[in-house]
Design a protein. Structure first.
Length: 279
């Protein structure tokens, strides 16, 4: 019996040694696993392996890690999958944490950041770091502080010198909330932008600034509130409230003293005057 046990132990040790040698030669330990969530299962894979820290209730995937759930895909150097215990005794992943070179892909958008958290319960992604951006087929949204995408609500929140660009039109503000709708081909496009703080809307023909704004993209209509200034060429209009039609170039300004202290609407109009030719 002793000899049999010794033989079994030797075989196990040799097999373990062979696995270590094989991994060392290939310099990779590719791992992949399927994990349960509150909704659909999530598939996680990594080049350097997946570590399980049971005391912290987290799986750590390292080396070009990827997490996939239906059309959603998260890529990063490191992905931490936090799990919780269910009443049945099983476990489920409820939060993904991505560290370095973060890319979030869906069938109709792509986002980039240095660090990201994905809340699986609410389908919300929050990105932070440098060069934050979210791209759809028509729009590019950027931010310096943070960039959120709420999948169920179809909206993005960009904070910190945020910009939303579509063609030659750009909206800039401290905070932008961008609402999306689905198109016929199942992609998404922005239909409304709410801007708060140091708002600036730029087109090839005019620049409009204010404290707050709502931009209806398809209709090309903008409502600005607070310390409004609209500049076209060398002409400028000032007021408290403005309604701007970017398609026709028509603007309507109102004054409301309770909003920003302005009692009147003011305008400065200039025209180029040709100097007579000297004889």
């Amino acid at each position: 019996m002793i000899n049999l046990k010794m033989s079994s132990m030797i075989v196990v040790c040799l097999l373990t040694l062979c696995l270590i040698i094989i991994q060392d030669k290939s310099n990779t330990a590719f791992s992949q696993s399927n994990f349960e969530t509150k909704f659909d299962p999530i598939h996680i894979e990594a080049n350097e392996g997946i570590e399980w820290l049971s005391d912290k209730k987290v799986y750590i995937a390292r080396g070009e890690a990827t997490a996939k759930q239906n059309n959603f895909q998260l890529k990063s150097d490191v992905i931490k999958a936090h799990y919780r215990e269910k009443q049945t005794g099983d476990t489920e992943i409820y939060r993904l944490e991505a560290i370095r070179k973060v890319v979030v892909l869906n069938s109709n958008r792509i986002a980039y950041g240095d660090y990201g958290v994905y809340d699986l319960d609410n389908s919300v992604t929050v990105l932070t770091g440098k060069n934050l951006r979210l791209k759809t087929a028509l729009e590019t949204i950027r931010a310096r502080k943070s960039l959120e995408y709420w999948d169920k609500k179809r909206l993005a929140i960009a904070k910190g010198n945020a910009t939303a660009q579509r063609g030659e039109k750009q909206v800039r503000a401290d905070t932008l909330t961008v609402y999306f709708s689905k198109t016929k081909d199942e992609s998404i496009t922005a239909n409304r932008i709410e801007a708060v703080g140091n708002v600036k809307i730029s087109t090839p023909n005019e620049v409009a600034v204010g404290d707050e704004a709502v931009y209806y993209i398809e209709k090309e209509l903008v409502t600005l509130l607070g310390h409004v200034k609209i500049t076209r060429g060398k002409s400028q209009l000032n007021g408290s409230i403005a309604e701007v039609n970017l398609k026709t170039g028509r603007s309507r300004l109102l004054s409301k003293s309770g909003l920003d202290g302005n009692q009147k609407v003011r305008g400065l109009f200039t025209r180029d005057v040709k100097q007579p030719e000297k004889k």
